[in-house]
Design a protein around this ligand. Structure first.
Ligand code: KIV
Length: 270
């Protein structure tokens, strides 16, 4: 089912969806072929996430991925997408602490990939960077709660903001990001009651991952929801396929067919 019959999803469409109570569906993609399938299926937002560092490149954290690599993934996705809004993560080290560098990084993503928006992790500590990017007319999606680029500070990927102090800070940061002009906010791995409260208190859409059902939309990493990953099963993940097993089965069959001379047969040659 495609959202409200909108031919192209914009930040304004997402705002309208929040007002009308229509949930927003977001998935990640990092390459042309996957992005084409996801876009043709009617997804609202495609995130070219820095989770590419994990699922595409095999790194343990999202930290190693570079701006050039993100631009490569984003351009591949953009060549496929006709309808979804495409958001690209600014990778670690390209926006924290220096708003001019943040602006340059965001401009490179927009110019070189043709994407529609960028996403940055953090709250008040990156306010200047978000401000500067927004002032150049680039839409910004915020990201609060579990922020994987800060894994070395927190030491674990457990649920964030269970304690009152951190929850209060998150609520203030959400308000701040709304006030300075972010068009949406990812809330990752926080208690469902907190995510609901934030969602009800800000006007921009919230997109949850491990944040319960009281948010305006949901996001999952495509490799996780298709079951391409075997070794990642957090409680919040719903697997729609077991592609690991299905692909492995297909590859094993192909190997058997090649070795037994079954492939190619007479109809499969010239
Ligand atoms: O990089 C990513 O895939 C993300 C989502 C998990 C929100 O930031």
């Amino acid at each position: 089912m495609k959202t409200l019959n909108f031919p192209r999803i914009t930040t304004h469409v997402l705002q309208e969806m929040k007002l009308k109570g229509e949930k927003i569906a977001m998935l990640t993609a990092y390459d042309f072929s996957m992005a084409k399938i996801i876009d043709d299926s009617g997804i609202d937002i495609i995130l070219v996430g820095d989770s590419a560092a994990n699922v595409m490149a095999g790194h343990k954290t999202t930290l190693p991925i570079t701006l050039n690599e993100m631009i490569y993934h984003a351009s591949s996705v953009m060549r496929a997408v006709e309808r979804a809004l495409v958001v690209v993560d600014l990778p670690f080290g390209t926006y924290q602490g220096n708003s001019r560098e943040a602006l340059n990084s965001a401009i490179r993503i927009m110019k070189e990939s043709n994407a529609n928006a960028v996403k940055l992790e953090g709250g008040r500590e990156i306010k200047d960077s978000v401000d500067r990017i927004l002032s150049a007319g680039i839409p910004v999606m915020g990201h609060l709660g579990l922020t994987p680029q800060s894994i070395n500070k927190f030491g674990t990927y457990v649920v964030r903001a269970r304690e009152e102090e951190e929850a209060q800070r998150l609520k203030e940061d959400a308000k701040l990001l709304e006030e300075i002009g972010c068009f949406a906010l990812v809330l990752e791995k926080i208690p469902a009651t907190l995510a609901k409260e934030v969602t009800e208190n800000i006007k921009i859409p919230t997109i949850g991952i491990g944040a319960g059902s009281g948010v305006d939309g949901q996001v999952l990493v495509i490799h996780d929801m298709l079951g391409i990953n075997h070794d990642f099963s957090p409680r919040f993940l719903r697997r729609y396929l077991d592609l690991y097993e299905q692909m492995k089965g297909a590859v094993e069959l192909y190997i058997k067919d090649v070795k037994s001379l079954d492939f190619p047969n007479e109809r499969e040659q010239y």
